[in-house]
Design a protein around this ligand. Structure first.
Ligand code: GDP
Length: 444
């Protein structure tokens, strides 16, 4: 999300940051560029106007003029205001009610509701240690019920069966009773969507809401629809007391207009963003970090969190111990490292969060992160156990065999071995010297 906005703004911000003194015309030039960038990102007009107004007031104020680093102060003001418009702080789900805490999901068809139910179940299970049950009240599409059942199996959530002959309210009431019986902490309710807002759907979900009294009512909306997402959310918000919004498909949305508009237009916080199709592709939305990212300061905190979650701590510790003891780093270790990178969604997911990287053209990013990692793993997998432990065995004919086995060329094999040698050398240095602490930090 935000790539195009970031690209648009990074030049402006870079120019400002270095300046020792700002004139009124510098400031209004910068503010104008921010305005255009926001409009191009499909941010709703009232949001842009409000933002620009506040930035202007603060920018010509004492805060900037008196500062020793006016450029930086102005960049900070823009960042603060962007964060503020998105809600400043992350807003957690409220689960402080007698179990089961019911979460009702609403949204249009295709927005990503069912997928999000599964992602949320996984999130609550893994991060908040909750026992989660899911149920579908979509009595119009038996396929939707089946889809939820499959996904529930994948993420290890309890599934309460329902079928098209039942009434949505009856389904959910029965699910609540079952959730109590099985001591589920949370019950997530998927509902029927329509292709557009219609009265019958609104009436149905309103009745359902009244009948089950959920503690959270989340509106799921496709971020690719830009500011329309905020408008649809507003309509739903007028019919239902929404407690938050989930923006899906942000992985395909370079502009970020929805993220910047939803809070202002609906008054409801964005609680989560969907960042891919898989069940773990859900992030808690942190407006402050997102704002930092727009101005390309890099979302370093999210990065650390992501690495923390994905790193296999046992393996990392084993490797750290091995290196510390001066043992040889072999191709098995390299494969472990590569697999961990792959688990993190390749480097692509991480790269966008690094300062400065946001502005790189997409083609360059692809080059670095593309298909390299799986190919390297394929090469290593084609070696024998002995070769992996002792790479020196890999003479010409063995290399040719490995190339054939992995369906790649000898040049690919040589490349992997060369990278291995570099890593091995680095690990050797780590083992002997100063950076041990860092490895421990990673594995602790
Ligand atoms: P529903 O009709 O609202 O229940 O929508 P679904 O959950 O069936 O999702 C519709 C499509 O959007 C599916 O192909 C999902 O895989 C896809 N989808 C959902 N969330 C995301 C996301 O965050 N990123 C991407 N890339 N695709 C998503």
């Amino acid at each position: 999300m935000f790539e195009s906005l970031t690209q648009r703004l990074s030049g402006t911000m870079e120019r400002l940051r270095g300046r020792g003194r700002l004139s009124e015309s510098n400031i209004s030039e910068a503010v104008r560029e921010v305005r255009i960038a926001l409009l191009e990102a499909d941010v709703a007009l009232p949001v842009v106007q409000g933002l620009i107004q506040r930035i202007k007031v603060r920018a010509v104020g004492q805060e900037v003029m008196r500062s020793l680093t006016p450029g930086q102060v102005l960049v900070r003001i823009v960042r603060d205001e962007l964060a503020l418009v998105m809600g400043s702080q992350a807003t957690d789900l409220n689960l402080n009610v007698p179990a089961p805490a019911v979460i009702l999901m609403a949204g249009l068809q295709g927005a990503g509701k069912t997928t999000t139910v599964a992602k949320l179940a996984k999130h609550l299970k893994e991060r908040r240690k909750k026992k989660v049950m899911v149920v579908s009240a979509d009595v119009y599409r038996p396929a939707a019920i089946e889809q939820l059942q499959t996904l529930a199996g994948q993420v290890g959530a309890l599934f309460f069966p329902s079928d098209a002959s039942q009434k949505p309210e009856a389904i959910v009431k029965a699910a609540i009773i079952e959730a109590r019986k099985t001591f589920a902490d949370v019950l997530i309710v998927d509902t029927a969507g329509r292709t557009s807002i219609d009265d019958a759907m609104m009436a149905e979900i309103k009745a359902l809401h009244a009948a089950v009294n959920p503690v959270e009512t989340l509106f799921v909306v496709d971020s690719m629809t830009g500011q329309d997402a905020a408008v649809t959310a507003k309509h739903f918000g007028e019919a239902l007391p929404l407690t938050g919004v989930v923006l899906t498909k942000t992985d395909g949305d370079a502009r970020g207009g929805a993220a910047l508009s939803v809070r202002y237009i609906t008054g409801k916080p964005i609680k989560f963003v969907g960042v891919g199709e898989k069940p773990d592709a859900l992030d808690v939305f942190h407006p402050d970090r997102a704002a930092g990212r727009i101005l390309d300061m890099g979302d370093v905190l999210s990065l650390v969190e992501q690495v923390e979650q994905q790193v296999d701590h046992d393996k990392a510790k084993k490797l750290a111990d091995k290196v510390a003891k001066g043992k040889k780093f072999d191709l098995n270790d390299m494969r472990d490292q590569l697999e961990q990178m792959q688990n993190m969604g390749g480097l692509h997911g991480l790269m966008d969060k690094l300062p400065g990287v946001g502005a790189l053209p997409e083609a360059v990013k692809q080059q670095v992160t593309g298909k390299e990692v799986p190919r390297m793993i394929a090469v290593i997998n084609s070696m024998t156990k002995k070769e992996r432990r002792n790479p020196d065995l890999l003479n010409g004919s063995r290399r040719a065999r490995v190339a054939r086995g992995s369906g790649l060329t000898p040049a690919d094999v040589n490349k992997v071995l060369k990278q291995y040698q570099q890593m091995e050398k680095m690990m050797g240095k780590l083992g002997r010297g100063g950076m041990k602490g860092m490895m421990r930090g990673l594995s602790g």
